[in-house]
Design a protein around this ligand. Structure first.
Ligand code: GLN
Length: 304
């Protein structure tokens, strides 16, 4: 039996003495205020035991990790028909890249790049009665945690500087792939990205993807086939132009956010979340990637 607690503490100690060459995201001004020194890691086994180190209870802005929740909700609401409006191929480009979108007639490469997530947000806006409230309740339900909430200051901060996402949304609209108003879709999108969660809350919520669609309380939210597809999209697209590198070094499906969080999982086995705010040039947490690489190397647990 592996001593998971000792492994996490060992990783934490190794990272403390590793120079963090990353930088916190500054294109969303509120995110630049977070201290670069925080680090948290939380591991939850499918059997329920959990292990942790560092700032694993501190909440941070989940940013693009929210795209997995919105994709899951959209699958729940409209099933495979969402694939008519967004593809499932890796983009090999940064998360906010636009030229492929124009070349490919307004069909985003996948739901985890910004343009794809904006299409998914549009689907949710069409199908949810009270979109922001219903989406938040979905995330709370998955995590079994009513304390999870939006961060209005971060949402407003991104609204003020979100020119690139306005460009993506306008391009989608011009191709007929955005059914609601640009302003309404982006208001929803900026809010979903602003959700604050800790590493522990993220592993609780992502349990559903480790456990074939059933959440911590054994309620079925997604079919096994939908979960298979979501995990495949995370593996191939979850880290943008670094998805290959993450599969190569870590070997797990996962998703990152520019708030510095990463969640990854081994189906039917464990869910793990890390938080370290400084990002590498691809916009993924520099030390978070290292922590997960150390974890799968030390435990020899990966999908490969
Ligand atoms: N809200 C961010 C954006 O749209 C999310 C990006 C990310 O986390 N990679 O730019």
């Amino acid at each position: 039996m592996l001593d998971y607690q000792a492994i996490l503490e060992d990783i934490h100690n190794t990272l403390k003495s590793t120079e963090d060459t990353g930088d916190v995201a500054s294109y969303i001004p509120e995110l630049a205020k977070v201290s670069k020194d925080s680090f948290g890691i939380h591991l939850q086994l499918i059997t329920g035991e959990d292990y942790s180190a560092g700032d694993y209870l501190e909440k941070f802005s989940i940013q693009s990790i929210s795209k997995v929740f919105s994709l899951a909700k959209a699958f729940q609401l409209v099933g495979n028909s969402l694939l008519e409006r967004v593809d499932v191929e890796p983009s090999g480009n940064p998360f906010n890249h636009l030229s492929l979108l124009e070349l490919e007639n307004g069909i985003p490469r996948n739901p985890l790049i910004n343009a794809g997530a904006i299409v998914i947000a549009d689907i949710l806006l069409t199908h949810l009665e009270n979109p922001k409230e219903d989406f938040l309740n979905f995330v709370r339900e998955l995590a079994h945690d009513e304390s999870i909430d939006y961060n209005e200051t971060i949402a407003e901060s991104e609204h003020e500087t979100g020119f690139n996402n306005y460009a993506a949304a306008n391009l989608l609209k011009s191709f007929g792939n955005l059914h609601n108003e640009v302003e309404d879709v982006l208001d929803f999108y900026f809010h979903q990205c602003s959700i604050m969660m800790s590493c522990r809350q993220l592993t609780n919520a992502f349990f559903v993807f480790t456990n074939k669609g059933k959440c911590l309380k054994n309620v079925e939210h997604l079919t096994a086939s939908q979960v298979k597809r979501i995990n495949a999209i995370m593996l191939t697209c979850g880290f943008y132009d670094e998805a290959g590198e993450f599969a190569f070094e870590v070997g797990l499906p996962g998703k990152s956010g520019v708030g510095g969080g990463i969640v990854a999982l081994l189906p039917h086995c464990f869910t793990i979340a890390t938080w370290s705010p400084a990002l590498n040039p691809q916009g993924n947490s520099y030390l978070g990637m290292k922590a997960l690489e150390l974890f799968t190397s030390k435990t020899k647990l990966s999908i490969f």
